[in-house]
Design a protein around this ligand. Structure first.
Ligand code: FES
Ligand SMILES: [Fe+2]
Length: 436
């Protein structure tokens, strides 16, 4: 349970907020590369942390991210023309390069004028199928992350994104909550027993034991936690461990070990939920594996559109809401499906969105099963308070080459931490030092 003030501190992300300042100190995905595939494509609207931008790709393939509002007199650069090496505002024709340099001002012929002014542009990097931006102070640009999937060829990587109408923290909570898997997702999990997908095989054992033992602890990058399940087997029972890592402030390495999430607030009540699967051996980014995988979790284009989870549909009646009972089909439920909801993703969205645009945490009743959720609050509040006090945010110097999610069968007496040997657990003294 949190006070109203702490809940707001943790959830609000706009300019001038502590969590907003914290998120602005990290590289964040602004959009998927597939949303801006070609030089000369129409400029794309990007909403990030409550601010509006446009992204465009110049003729050299470089991506620029500028304030949406033209630096001259504010016309939207969504209207602008993409011309060669820049973006030209249609109002008075000022033209901007990806780095904000002013290339042309037809209504002010003085060449010195263009040298004196600059549009607001942000550092951009493209990696792992994502276009990343840094919105924070220029003197503090952090090292660019080196997640293992960034180096792989596009064929070995599968990117997907869903737009969800609630605050980012409640989506992260669902990803750090192993106990809901064997309940909320029990129907798709049971169905996965028939699936040949590798992803389905990894999830299968979660259909057993709805009360996994949860152990969670703070680390130098945020937190990690283990869900330990007793699974029946021919030799009696075995312990399956699933270890997830939360890298502050919005990155999660899933226990599957080949699935990574970035949960990026567009504003306080709308979130972009990026998924990246990777496989160095198999071409999961190509057909037929790509579509099979996306359909299995409900992230295929058709499902996303039907459920109002794309930029074009998220504001429409298709979005999950009380009016459409968050897309629950009661007939299906009565017929035996546990939730009556389309798939994993839509089940998660229904419970997250139905809790309110920003969940009221002054009323919740956390239990032992929610250990990782309480730790998540603690990391987020700590990092926001640290940044407000002028200290570096948690996770900004995380060793992105070594942090991982993992799962495995534990031999008797083996500690689950052996699955994630590179994670540095904070000692009680360190935790006390940085406690919120
Ligand atoms: S408002 Fe963009 S050039 Fe004048
Ligand atoms: Fe879920």
């Amino acid at each position: 349970m949190l006070t109203r003030a702490d809940n707001e501190l943790m959830c609000l992300v706009g300019p001038g907020t502590a969590m907003g300042a914290t998120l602005r100190r990290h590289w964040l995905p602004a959009l998927s590369s597939s949303e801006l595939p070609q030089p000369g494509d129409d400029p794309v609207h990007v909403e990030l942390l409550g601010e509006h931008f446009v992204a465009f790709r110049d003729d050299a393939g470089r991506v620029g991210l500028l304030d949406e509002s033209c630096c001259h007199r504010g016309a939207s650069l969504m209207l602008a023309r993409v011309e060669g090496c820049g973006l030209r505002c249609i109002y008075h024709g000022w033209k901007f390069a990806v780095d904000g340099a002013v290339l042309d001002t037809p209504n002010v012929p003085d060449p010195k004028f263009t040298d004196r002014i600059r549009a607001r542009a942000y550092p951009v990097r493209e990696s792992g199928g994502l276009i990343w931006a840094y919105l924070g102070p220029r003197e503090g640009v952090p090292e660019f992350p080196k997640w293992p999937w960034m180096e792989l060829a596009p064929a070995n990587r599968l990117n997907a994104v869903a737009q969800i109408n609630c605050n980012f923290v409640q989506i992260m909570e669902g990803l750090l909550d192993s106990s809901h898997l064997s309940v909320l997702h029990i129907s798709p999990l049971r169905a996965s027993a028939q699936s040949q997908l590798q992803f389905a095989r990894k999830a299968e054992h979660m259909a057993f034991d709805a009360a996994p033992r949860i152990e969670a602890e703070l680390t130098d990058f945020g937190l990690h936690y283990a869900a330990l399940r007793e699974v029946p087997s021919d030799q009696g029972t075995r312990i399956e461990a699933r270890v997830a890592a939360f890298i502050s402030p919005c990155f999660i390495a899933n226990p599957n070990g080949d699935l990574f999430f970035v949960i990026v607030p567009m504003n306080d009540t709308t979130t972009r939920f990026y998924h990246v699967w990777w496989d160095a051996e198999r071409n999961i980014g190509e057909e037929p594996l790509r579509s099979e995988q996306l359909r299995f979790v409900g992230l295929d284009d058709e499902s996303l559109k039907q459920h109002g989870m794309t930029p074009e549909t998220a504001d429409r009646s298709a979005r999950a809401s009380r009016e459409n009972r968050w897309h629950q089909n009661r007939e299906q439920l009565r017929a035996g499906h546990f939730t009556g909801i389309h798939s994993f993703t839509q089940e998660d969205v229904a419970v997250s969105v139905s809790a309110g645009a920003i969940r009221d945490r002054t009323k919740e009743m956390l239990s032992l099963a929610d250990l990782a959720i309480g730790r998540l609050y603690r990391v987020l509040l700590n990092t926001a308070k640290r940044v407000a006090a002028g200290q570096p945010p948690i996770g900004v110097d995380a060793d992105t080459t070594a942090i991982r999610g993992a799962q495995g069968v534990l031999a008797p007496g083996v500690n689950w931490r052996t699955l994630v040997p590179a994670h540095q657990v904070l000692r009680a003294r360190d935790v006390a030092d940085s406690a919120a």
